[in-house]
Design a protein around this ligand. Structure first.
Ligand code: UDP
Length: 457
């Protein structure tokens, strides 16, 4: 891993890049990782960000930051309805973003700007970039397979797949193998039309961009990458997984509880199941209790991230029955937020029970940790299908969330011979990641191409 601060000034290219992250943890992490990658390759970096969920400037003394008013009222600054949230921000940020970008472009005290790089969700930035005559590249932070599924979603109601009907859940979606109807990346929102609108505009404005940067690698999604190239006739740069270059910890919005590591230090090799459902997913109290009892009954040690807000209607651990934790006799450690990559890299960690967010999935693959998947919404459904049925590096909790099922899934992964095979497959995938970064490997080449492409502007 490189230290961006150690990159010598004489290696600077005399060109600046302006990046604009979507203000959610799973989007901020890859965008700032990409910014660091491009910084170490000689570009100067300016980050424009919303007031909501600002990145921690202190961890990036080598970047210039500009905060823009996002216009969110207190009641709107919530991820309970992410589609409403993105739809609103794509309107309220237009004027402040345009003004900020125009000022940055006109700032002669800084290097000339080579291009703008925005999250694909910021579809409004295409018109702004065009008006200000600046090239715009797009970063899509999800897997390629889920990006294709999102792109197809607005056309699925007319094919009868949407809205999803209970009786058709197990049916394959002919247009999107290997997905079943229940895997479609639908996201609940107050108005389903908002979802289709947002996705259509994201796809349209990505197609109109100068290039698409992907946090994935060829060997992982070869077939999907080929389909993506057919559908999006723009230069595509699969340079991921970004976390192989830089950890996500410096862009963590919450403090990472380091007691996770001291607790892991006292556990046997590959014995611990690490449980985390990311920064947005929420569950109800009954689900929380089934998870708690399933973990307890599995008899495996577990490190559990219970983020405040994870359980709807609860502050934190109140729904746990009296004496639950005491009865586990030190077999569990619960934190509000963990140093996830360090946890996954720890020799005591033997499995990852995840919500199948894309960053978590990549981080697990990079450390060779097999998964239990409990997708909650959107792209997580697609990622879980690929983890369990395409790469076969995890177990999918597809049926009712019930303590007996959970206990069996954990034991299958952590104790039984099935789990050993799964672990072998993910170790093999981990090797593929390592290879794609070697000289001549696919991500190595994609990054070289990206650098020369941007330098040519
Ligand atoms: N993460 C973390 N500590 C935790 C849980 C998650 O630092 O306790 C990080 C994790 O390493 C990943 C990101 O938060 O980089 C979560 O992104 P992901 O795409 O997996 O899920 P999302 O939060 O977007 O649903």
């Amino acid at each position: 891993m490189e230290n961006p601060r150690e990159t010598h000034m004489q290696n600077r290219k005399g060109r600046r890049l302006i990046l604009f992250p979507v203000p959610l943890q799973g989007h901020i992490n890859p965008l700032l990782q990409l910014a660091n990658i491009l910084y170490t390759r000689g570009f100067s970096i300016t980050i424009i960000h919303t007031q909501f969920n600002p990145p921690n400037h202190i961890n990036y003394p080598h970047f210039t930051f500009h905060s823009i008013p996002d216009g969110l009222l207190e009641t709107e600054a919530s991820t309970a309805d992410v589609i409403a949230f993105h739809t609103l921000l794509n309107v309220s940020c237009v004027a402040p973003f345009r003004d900020c970008l125009a000022k940055s472009l006109a700032d002669v005290s800084k290097e000339p700007v080579a291009c703008l790089i925005t999250d694909a969700i910021w579809h409004f930035t295409r018109a702004v970039a065009e008006a200000l005559e600046i090239r715009r590249l797009v970063l899509r932070t999800s897997s390629v397979s889920s990006f294709l599924a999102f792109a197809a979603l607005p056309f699925l109601p007319e094919k009868g797949y949407l809205p999803i009907q209970e009786s058709r859940l197990e049916e394959p979606v002919q247009e999107l193998p290997p997905l079943k109807v229940k895997d479609l990346p639908v996201i609940d929102t107050r108005n389903a039309e908002d979802l289709y609108q947002l996705l259509s505009r994201m796809v349209k404005e990505t197609k109109a961009s100068s290039g698409l940067i992907l946090n994935s690698f060829e060997d992982l999604e070869q077939f999907e990458m080929a389909r993506c190239r057919q559908e999006f006739r723009i230069p595509i740069f699969p340079v991921g997984p970004f976390n192989k270059y830089f950890p996500a910890s410096s862009s963590s919005l919450l403090a990472q509880d380091q007691s996770s590591i001291s607790w892991l230090n006292s556990q046997a090799s590959k014995s611990v199941i690490y449980v985390s459902f990311g920064s947005v997913a929420a569950i109800n109290e009954a689900e929380f209790l089934e998870i708690a009892w399933g973990l307890a009954d599995s008899k495996q040690p577990f490190l559990w991230v219970v983020r405040p807000g994870l359980v709807r209607g609860s502050e934190w651990l109140e729904p746990l029955p009296n004496g639950f934790l005491e009865n586990l006799d030190g077999r569990c450690h619960i934190v509000k937020w963990a140093p996830q990559e360090k946890v996954l890299a720890h020799p005591a960690t033997g499995g990852f029970w995840t919500h199948s967010g894309w960053n978590s999935t990549l981080e697990s693959i990079c450390e060779g940790v097999p998964m239990i998947c409990l997708p909650c919404f959107g792209d997580q459904m697609v990622n879980a299908r690929y983890v369990s049925h395409v790469w076969r590096v995890g177990v999918h909790l597809e049926r009712k969330l019930e303590r007996g099922e959970i206990e069996r899934a954990i034991r299958r992964l952590m104790v039984e011979s099935d789990g050993k095979e799964t672990r072998k497959r993910i170790m093999h995938l981990k090797e593929k990641v390592d290879n794609c970064f070697r000289k001549g490997g696919s991500s190595y080449r994609a990054l070289e191409n990206l650098i020369s492409y941007i330098s040519s502007f």
